[in-house]
Design a protein around this ligand. Structure first.
Ligand code: BES
Ligand code: MN
Ligand code: ZN
Length: 489
């Protein structure tokens, strides 16, 4: 990550100013229009202020001034700022510029204060410069030249610095989650996830990584059933972060850690099966959130629970028709071995509920149906607590890590009733995202609970404005860190 500062004064020979529609400038840029060259540039109308377009001009004294188009200023919001900052940073980097002053905080955004603007701009810069080229062996000419950006501000410097620090932790957590998702299944194994969880060592954090023997002893039998088809050992990861009083009930975060999902005996089609290396992105979100929370030193207690395995085929693999007994004691009739996420989450949720947390939020790339319903624009939101869901919707709007609620009417529960076991692991074609959530609901007791189906949002092969490399996006990290921040404010 490059270095970013905030300061009241410019520090670099390169300056980036917003250019509003109709060739209008914000305050600082107006001050430099004494130089005829800017007037000439504006008169040329070459730029047109289109959203994200960037042009630079060279001044007589050797400095450079770049203008980034803002598009319709009435439509500016925090996500547009993230996006403008991301595009700016990428362009500066591409042009081999090492340092620059950025004046994007001069843009007025309705209802948004300076600190929020600084946070969004810094997030945009760090996330927009993300690359993942660990596996490319040829000489890298794409290395980041850009080494520092100064976000020029007018106003409360100390609040801006706090916002910058928050952005840094959130970006680091998001990048941590992206990296975990982007590593291939032969590297990012259950064992590797355990090692990565342990790598977040901190005095306030206790991490327990259970191997197969420990999982057998603890009785996480549903996780073991899915693991039967794999030659790699499963892991069950428990993380306890104590940032608040010892007797405060923690918030439990549970993440699906399927390091590769071939579907099992109910095998998936070959096309795009490679993308099932991303089936551990729920666990990556949990680990990314822990990383950010630790760095921000948030005064809260967290419990992280990650069940991790591959879902493969083999002589020992679990089969359609099998009935398995879970950690909680409920029995599951397996109708489709590809509905494995809910099976391993059943043990993790039951374990989490047993710890009597204040609430449980789970993250899972759970259903293809959710991708069909919402695409990549929103995470599916379900659960039993209206209060949690409402706060998540608000945090989603602010962070643009958006969620959209689907109903959990009790009638949907009937779709997973089994004739010969307690429940079955698929509820048919209809309302597939909801019946998966209904399945999970059987394991959380009466703990207030929200479920996030990130199947559509966890990765994006084309890339997005602030996630330019195709691959894992880090979905869930910005959302939940904001959600947790709101709790302590
Ligand atoms: N990991 C998949 C869900 C998924 C599919 C996420 C495509 C993102 C893109 C999950 O394990 C799965 O296979 N679910 C099945 C459930 C079905 C068999 C009831 C699905 O959605 O097809
Ligand atoms: Mn599956
Ligand atoms: Zn899966």
């Amino acid at each position: 990550m490059i270095s970013i500062q905030v300061s009241l004064r410019p520090q670099s020979p390169v300056a980036v100013h917003p250019l509003l529609p109709e060739q209008k400038l914000t305050t600082s840029a107006q001050a430099i229009t004494t130089e005829q060259v800017i007037a000439n540039f504006l008169a040329s109308n070459e730029h047109q202020g289109k959203f994200g377009s960037i042009r630079s001009i060279y001044m007589n004294d050797g400095t450079r001034v770049a203008f980034v188009g803002t598009g319709n200023i009435d439509k500016l919001n925090l996500q547009k700022l993230r996006s403008l900052a991301s595009k700016t940073a990428q362009k500066l980097n591409k042009n081999n510029i090492e340092t620059a002053d950025v004046y994007l905080t001069e843009l007025e955004v309705a209802g948004v204060n300076l600190a929020d603007k600084v946070q969004a701009i810094a997030e945009g810069i760090w996330l927009g410069l993300y690359t993942f080229d660990n596996y490319q062996t040829k000489e890298k000419d794409k290395q980041t030249k850009l080494s520092s950006i100064n976000i020029v501000i007018h106003g409360d410097e100390s609040k801006a610095k706090q916002a910058l620090a928050a952005a840094k932790a959130i970006a680091a957590g998001t990048i941590f989650a992206r990296n975990l998702g982007n590593h291939p299944g032969n590297v990012c194994t259950p064992e590797y996830l355990g090692e990565q969880a342990s790598s977040l060592a901190h005095p306030k954090l206790k991490t327990t990584v259970m191997d197969k023997a420990a999982i057998e002893k603890a009785g996480f039998t549903a996780l073991l059933a899915v693991n039967q088809g794999s030659n790699k050992e499963p892991r069950f990861i428990i993380m306890e972060y104590r940032g608040a009083d010892n007797d405060d009930a923690p918030i439990a975060l549970v993440g699906k850690g399927l390091t590769f999902d071939a579907g099992g005996i109910s095998i998936k089609p070959a096309s795009q099966m490679d993308e099932m290396k991303f089936d551990m992105c729920g666990s990556a979100a949990v680990l990314g959130i822990f990383k950010a929370v630790i760095e921000m030193n948030l005064p809260i207690n967290l419990l992280g629970v990650i069940p991790s395995t591959e879902n493969l085929l083999g002589g020992a693999a679990y089969k359609p028709g099998d009935i398995i007994t879970t950690y909680k004691g409920l029995t599951i009739e397996i109708l489709n071995t590809d509905a494995e996420g809910r099976v391993i989450l059943s043990d993790a949720l039951a374990y989490a509920a047993e710890q009597k947390p204040a609430e449980i939020i789970d993250f899972a790339t759970l259903t293809g149906a959710c991708v069909v319903a919402l695409g990549g624009q929103a995470t599916g939101l379900m659960g039993t607590s209206d209060a949690i869901k409402q706060s998540l919707i608000t945090s989603g709007q602010k962070t643009h890590d958006r969620v959209w609620e689907m109903p959990m009417f009790e009638e949907y529960q009937e779709q997973i009733d089994s004739k010969i076991a307690d429940i079955k692991n698929t509820g048919g074609r209809e309302a597939g995202t909801i019946t998966a959530a209904c399945f999970l609901s059987r394991f959380v007791d009466d703990i207030p609970w929200a479920h996030l189906d990130i199947a559509g949002t966890a990765w994006n092969m084309k890339g997005t404005d602030i996630s330019p490399v195709g691959g894992a996006t880090g979905a869930g990290v910005r959302l939940i860190v904001d959600y947790l921040q709101q709790k302590v404010q």
